[in-house]
Design a binder for this molecule. Structure first.
Ligand code: P5A
Length: 438
C-alpha cells in the first residue's frame, strides 16, 4: 500500500477525551473514530488489525473442530421470553420496536438464538457433540462506556456454543475450548491467565475469565508467578485425559484469583503470589441445562430416551483485544504490534522523494516485498523525514526500511526493528532476508 493512496488520518496531538494509552494511540494512529458514546467506526488501519485478530481466532476455533456460522444482530424478544432472560437482563439490553409494534432487541449475546436453531435441527445423540461459533457485533448499553473499544456499547465478539449429551462430554468441550484459548492468545503475543469467575447473567456453575496483565486493567488480580513460565499447550492430543491434565495444570487452587482481599490469606499463599491489574479478553461458561431445559432442547439418547442437552458458551472480546494488545505493547513513541497482529509487516520510508536513486530503490524494494507476500506500507509522500519517522513509530509496524541517498551510495539501507529499536545498516538483499526469516 502506498501511503499517498491510503486513508490514514493520524493526529499529532493527544485527544483530550482519551484516558488510557490504547485509546489515545488508536485515535492518534487513525485506527478508529468515535461515532457516538461507546460506538466506533473502524478505519482501514484499525480494520486490518481487527481482521488479523479475527483470523487467528478463526484458525484456532476451526483447529479444534468448531464450526463457523453467522447469526443476526437483531433478535426477537419472544426468544428471550422463552429462556426467562428478557426481563432479567436489565437495562444493558437495547430494546427495539418494529413497525408492527413487535419487541426486538439488539443481541448482547446469542445463547437463546443458537439453542432455538439447534433444538429445531438436531434430534439424535448421533449428531453430538457439536460446537458452533460466530464472530459478530453485539450491543450492550453499558452504564459507563469508556476506554475506547475496551468497554464499548457496540463491540465485536467471538461467541461459541457447545452441545453435548452428558456432563463428561460437556466438560471435555469446556476443557478443549480452555486449551484452545491459551493457544489463541499466545499467538497474539499475549500471556492470558485463566481465572475462576462469576457467571453473571449468562449463568451456570463453572466459568473462567482469561485475563491479560496491564496496568490499566479494570480489575485487580492475584496470580502465581510460576504462571508466566507456563508454555502454551500444543494441539495434538485432544483426548479427555490430556485435556483434563492441561486444565488442572492451569487451574490449580491458588493459580489466579480476583478474590484475595484478605491480607492473611495473602500471607498464607506466600511470596509466589503477585498482584496486578488485568483486562478480561475472554470468558467461558459451562451452564449445563439452563437454556436447553427452559427452551425444550432435547435429543433422543442411545437407549431411545429423551435427553436434555448439556451446553456451554465461550466468548472472546475481538474488538477489545485491539485495545488490550496495545495496552500490553507500546512505548512513548507509539504502538508496537506483535508480528502476528500488525496491519502491515513493513513500513518503507523514502527519506528523499524525487531523488532518483531513492525513488528507484524504494520501488524495487516495494515490488520485491510484494512478490514475497510481505505486506508493506510505503511512505512515498513528499514530506519531511522527521514526520515520517514519527508516524511510522506511532503506527507500530514491526519493521522499518529507511532508504536515504547517503546509505544508497554504499548500496545500504537502514533496517529498524520496532520492538527493540535495533537499527542496522544492511544491503537491500540482507535487509529483505532478515525480514523474511521472522
Ligand atoms: C460467552 C459467549 C458472554 O457473553 N455468551 C456468548 C458469553 N460472555 S461475556 O463475558 O459477557 O462476553 C465475552 C467477552 O466479550 C468481551 N466484552 C466486551 N468487549 C468490549 N466492550 C464491552 N462492553 C464488552 N463486554 C464484553 C469481553 O472480552 C468478554 O470476555
Amino acid at each position: 500500500m502506498r501511503r499517498t493512496s491510503f486513508f490514514l488520518p493520524t493526529l499529532r496531538e493527544n485527544p483530550a477525551e482519551a484516558q488510557i494509552v490504547s485509546h489515545r494511540l488508536m485515535l492518534r494512529a487513525g485506527m478508529v473514530r468515535q461515532a457516538s458514546a461507546g460506538i466506533y467506526s473502524w478505519l482501514p488501519l484499525g480494520y486490518r488489525v481487527l481482521q488479523r485478530i479475527e483470523n487467528i481466532i478463526r484458525e484456532e476455533q476451526n483447529a479444534v473442530g468448531c464450526l463457523e456460522m453467522l447469526m443476526p444482530t437483531i433478535q426477537s424478544a419472544d426468544l428471550w421470553r422463552e429462556s426467562g432472560r428478557f426481563d432479567g437482563y436489565g437495562r444493558e439490553m437495547l430494546r427495539i420496536k418494529d413497525r408492527h409494534d413487535r419487541d426486538l432487541l439488539y443481541g448482547p449475546t446469542n445463547e437463546e438464538q443458537i439453542t432455538e436453531i439447534f433444538r429445531d435441527a438436531i434430534s439424535s445423540y448421533r449428531d453430538l457433540p457439536r460446537v458452533l461459533y460466530q464472530i459478530q457485533w453485539k450491543f450492550r448499553d453499558e452504564v459507563r462506556p469508556r476506554f475506547g473499544v475496551m468497554r464499548g456499547r457496540e463491540f465485536l465478539m467471538k461467541d461459541a456454543y457447545s452441545f453435548d449429551l452428558n456432563y463428561q462430554s460437556a466438560k471435555r468441550s469446556y476443557n478443549l475450548m480452555f486449551m484452545s484459548y491459551l493457544r489463541t492468545f499466545g499467538r497474539m503475543g499475549l500471556k492470558a491467565i485463566p481465572m475462576r469467575a462469576d457467571t453473571g447473567p449468562i449463568g451456570g456453575d463453572l466459568s473462567h475469565e482469561f485475563i491479560i496483565l496491564a496496568e490499566t486493567g479494570e480489575s485487580e488480580v492475584f496470580y502465581d508467578k510460576n504462571f508466566l513460565t507456563f508454555e502454551t499447550p500444543f494441539i495434538g492430543d485432544l483426548n479427555e485425559t490430556a485435556l483434563e491434565e492441561c486444565f488442572s495444570k492451569w487451574t490449580h487452587p491458588y493459580a489466579a484469583t480476583k478474590e484475595l482481599h484478605d491480607p492473611n490469606k495473602n500471607e498464607e499463599l506466600g511470596s509466589n503470589i503477585l498482584s496486578a491489574r488485568g483486562i478480561e479478553v475472554g470468558h467461558i461458561f459451562y451452564f449445563g441445562k439452563k437454556y436447553s431445559l427452559a427452551m425444550g432442547a432435547t435429543v433422543t439418547g442411545p437407549e431411545g430416551n429423551k435427553v436434555i442437552l448439556e451446553m456451554g458458551s465461550y466468548g472472546i472480546g475481538v474488538s477489545r483485544l485491539v485495545g488490550a494488545i496495545i495496552e500490553a505493547s507500546h512505548d512513548e513513541f507509539g504502538i508496537i504490534w506483535p508480528d502476528t497482529i500488525a496491519p502491515f509487516s513493513v513500513g518503507l520510508i523514502n527519506v528523499a522523494v524525487s531523488n532518483n536513486d531513492c525513488d528507484r530503490e524504494c520501488e524495487n524494494i516495494y515490488i520485491k516485498l510484494r512478490d514475497a507476500g510481505i505486506e508493506t506500507l510505503y511512505d512515498d509522500r513528499n514530506e519531511r523525514a522527521g514526520g515520517k519517522f514519527a508516524e511510522m513509530d506511532l503506527i507500530g509496524l514491526p519493521w522499518q526500511i529507511i532508504v536515504g541517498p547517503k546509505g544508497l551510495k554504499d548500496g545500504k539501507v537502514e533496517l529498524k526493528r520496532r520492538c527493540t529499536g535495533e537499527h542496522l545498516e544492511l544491503s537491500i538483499e540482507n535487509a529483505l532476508t532478515r525480514i523474511s526469516s521472522t
